[in-house]
Write a protein that binds this ligand. Structure first.
Ligand SMILES: Nc1ncnc2c1ncn2[C@@H]1O[C@H](COP(=O)(O)OP(=O)(O)OP(=O)(O)O)[C@@H](O)[C@H]1O
Ligand SMILES: [Zn+2]
Length: 715
């Protein structure tokens, strides 16, 4: 800090009193002030400095200022001594009045360690002799250190604070090592106080003030030294204690350092989990997958038995299926059934932007696993490490990672007892090298559960909560086609939460239905204020669907009708297939179209063609889709015959218009059938709509009561 070179000098300032001396020494005045010519001439007339004397005698060249023109000198003097040039009232008293000179300087420049600054300046190097004398003299001055901006200090010091006060202020701001410098110099100050007073001929009257100032400064400095020493001692103590603790830790646990290594981000730890508490019992509705994995369990339980008989088991098993169908759970269950360690890794963990990191993680994982065989390594999201998108810039090192994985899989023998289970939602996306024999060569499909599976899963999770006896899991299962195991678990959980919020003691069908609708269609929009007119239209529209479903032989049974807004819908009627439908008959498809038509037909019949609404658009979409597929894909149109028409672009215009014609006919016939039913059952239609307006939601039983003309019990 104090070895600033001349290029980065902060305000290099020539010592004041000596400058004044320099300016006022008779020789120099003749040179610097009376010379009004150019600098060249100026330099010629300057006599060489060769007068050794007790008082330092300076000229401008000695100070490196000989190049200065008169105007610049004035500028310099004005900078150093504002007002000096205006009233040339400056006398030699200036350099004797230390306190005032000092405070004046501080006012303008803050505390400046001029001594050191000067020494390090190029000025000093050029004129060592002269400046050394200045410096040696300056040692007796309090050391200044630049501490703050000019303006602030000036405005403050107008209040004529004592020097020592300001010095203390500066010390508080200066970093401790700077303080160190300040303090060292202070020692010399004390010794030489008397000497200084003598050499500087301080007038009697000022001596006391001078001494007091010095004493104050000295005491403050002492206190500061004490503080600095204390904090130094404290730091040393803390470091020492930490060191001791470290050594102790190492002695007690020699693996501490290894732990540190394995828990760093790049080289993450691989810890197995014992899966005793997860068995095949916990995985419901995926019987085939469980059966296929059963032999893997047997192998893990006793690898030797298998190899003795010459049996060969795959090293890698790929679990393929949509998210949430229980792939992870199955893998855990395999480890749990066999009671072996389970290593979990997610493919995305290996997908690193840094060279070698993914590969080294794979290496670590396999090394650990081999040391603990028999065991199961599970790699979730295998496609994110073993996908085909190898050379993509987003995954610069995935090729390396895959190669490492392949090398590891090839590197151990089948009887070593390590089984690698990978899971993926997109088997097509996997790198072909991964699914070759000897790697992931066994595929087990884990599909979405069927109605039987869903019932089992629902029962399993219902058993973990309190539920009413009237709850029929099968009804919920029938209404949750396409739900995964994870979604069904969520459904039961949401129902339990709903029951708790409503202050009920057990979960009933109502809560289960509620959470099913919530998952399917978004939350209810109770806050939406729907005017009576729209409510009435919705009620007739929905009961239109319900009436058609009820009176059409091949339609699915009704589950529920509601005019409660939910998600984007104003109301809906839900139908339940008795079973998951693998196939649908022509009659069933036509019935579905009729039920869809029911809503619009109802609006038309009740409110007239002028008042039909846009609310039926999705119904039409649905009906049109069914008709289109019947004609173009299922060969269900007599006119177009048993043929599929997939690519519309390759069809002749005649064929296209024939298809359109057929679809139109199907829709028209459907519309007429719906109209006929609603006209025939106008009374039931009205009753149902009114019941909906009163109760908002009606379940299958209630709908039946209304349609049979009986009165609903008040709920
Ligand atoms: N068949 C099932 N039987 C019981 N619970 C299931 C089943 N399927 C899913 N679950 C529940 O859902 C949770 C999530 O399933 P899991 O993580 O095993 O699905 P996943 O197929 O691995 O999904 P992803 O592909 O998203 O990783 C399980 O912890 C379990 O609670
Ligand atoms: Zn509708």
């Amino acid at each position: 800090m104090f070895s600033l070179s001349s290029t980065v000098q902060p305000q290099v300032t020539v010592p004041l009193s000596h400058l004044i001396n320099a300016f006022h020494s008779p020789k120099n005045i003749s040179v610097s002030v009376s010379t009004s010519v150019s600098s060249k001439q100026h330099r010629d007339t300057v006599p060489e400095h060769d007068t050794p004397s007790s008082e330092p005698v300076l000229n401008l060249r000695d100070l490196g200022l000989s190049e200065l023109k008169i105007g610049q000198i004035d500028q310099l003097v004005e900078n150093l001594l504002p007002g000096f040039c205006k009233d040339k009232r400056v006398s030699s008293h200036w350099h004797t009045s230390h306190v005032s000179a000092q405070s004046f300087f501080e006012n303008k420049y803050g505390h400046l360690d001029m001594f050191s600054t000067l020494r390090s300046s190029s000025l000093y190097r050029q004129h060592p002799k002269t400046l050394r004398s200045i410096c040696s003299d300056l040692q007796y001055f309090p050391v200044f250190t630049q501490s703050r901006g000019f303006k602030t200090l000036k405005s403050r010091t107008r209040r004529l604070q004592s020097t020592s006060e300001r010095l203390a202020e500066a010390q508080n701001i200066a970093p401790s090592f700077v303080k160190g410098f300040l303090l060292r110099d202070r020692g010399t100050d004390l010794e030489s106080l008397d000497k200084l007073m003598k050499t500087k001929n301080i007038p009697e009257a000022h001596q006391d003030a001078f001494k007091t100032g010095f004493a104050e400064g000295f005491l403050k400095a002492q206190a500061l030294t004490q503080k600095t020493n204390d904090s130094l001692r404290r730091t040393r103590l803390i470091v020492f204690v930490l060191l001791l603790l470290g050594i102790y830790g190492l002695l007690k646990n020699p693996f501490l350092s290894v732990r540190f290594r394995t828990t760093t981000g790049l080289d993450s730890a691989v810890d197995p989990v014992q899966m005793k508490n997860v068995t095949f019992e916990h995985v419901k509705g995926v019987e085939e997958a469980k059966q296929e994995l059963q032999e893997v369990v047997e192998f893990l339980k006793n690898p030797q038995k298998f190899t003795v008989l010459g049996g060969k088991l795959p090293k890698g098993i790929l679990l393929v299926g949509p998210p949430g169908t229980g792939k992870t759970l199955l893998a855990r269950a395999v480890a749990g059934e066999a009671d072996v360690p389970f290593y979990y890794a997610s493919g995305s963990e290996f997908d690193e932007m840094f060279v070698g990191v993914g590969a080294s993680r794979i290496r670590n994982l396999f090394r650990e696993a081999k040391a603990n065989a028999p065991c199961v390594i599970f790699i979730d999201e295998l496609d994110s490490v073993g996908g085909k998108r190898i050379e993509s810039p987003m995954h610069p090192y995935s090729r390396q990672t895959i190669n490492q994985l392949l090398a590891e899989m090839d590197g151990f023998k089948p009887n070593e007892g390590v089984i690698i289970i990978g899971a993926t939602n997109f088997p097509e996306a996997l790198d072909n090298a991964l699914i070759r024999p000897g790697r992931f060569d066994m595929q087990v499909t884990v599909p979405r559960p069927d109605v039987k599976g869903r019932t089992e899963i629902l029962k399993w999770y219902l058993n973990k909560i309190k539920f009413d006896k009237s709850v029929d899991p099968e009804i919920i299962a029938r209404g949750t086609v396409g739900f995964s195991g994870a979604e069904l678990e969520n459904l039961v959980n949401q129902a339990a939460l709903k029951a708790a919020v409503d202050g009920k003691e057990m979960v009933t069908m109502k809560e289960l239905e509620f959470s099913k609708d919530k998952i399917l269609m978004g939350p209810e929009r109770r806050s939406v204020e729907i005017d009576n007119k729209n409510k009435t239209i919705t009620a007739y529209h929905e009961s239109g669907h319900a009436i058609i479903a009820y009176y059409t032989k091949d339609a699915m049974p009704i589950n529920k009708a509601t005019i409660m807004p939910r998600g984007p819908t104003l109301g809906h009627v839900s139908l339940l297939p008795e079973n998951d439908r693998w196939n649908e008959t022509r009659a069933q498809l036509l019935a579905q179209m009729d039920v869809s038509m029911g809503g619009r037909v109802a609006e038309e019949l009740i409110f007239g063609t002028d008042h039909i609404t846009t609310g039926a658009s999705s119904d039409f979409d649905n009906a049109t889709q069914i008709a289109k597929r019947m004609v173009t894909r299922f060969g269900m149109s007599e006119k177009l015959g048993v043929m599929t028409y997939n690519d519309a672009g390759t069809l002749s215009p005649e064929t296209q218009s024939a298809i359109e014609q057929e679809i139109r006919i199907l829709l028209r016939e459907s519309y007429e059938r719906a109209k006929h039913i609603l006209k025939t059952h106008a009374k039931e239609h009205k009753n149902l709509a009114e019941a909906l307006l009163t109760y908002e939601t009606l379940d299958a039983k209630e709908i039946q009561i209304v349609l049979e003309g009986k009165k609903l019990e008040v709920r």
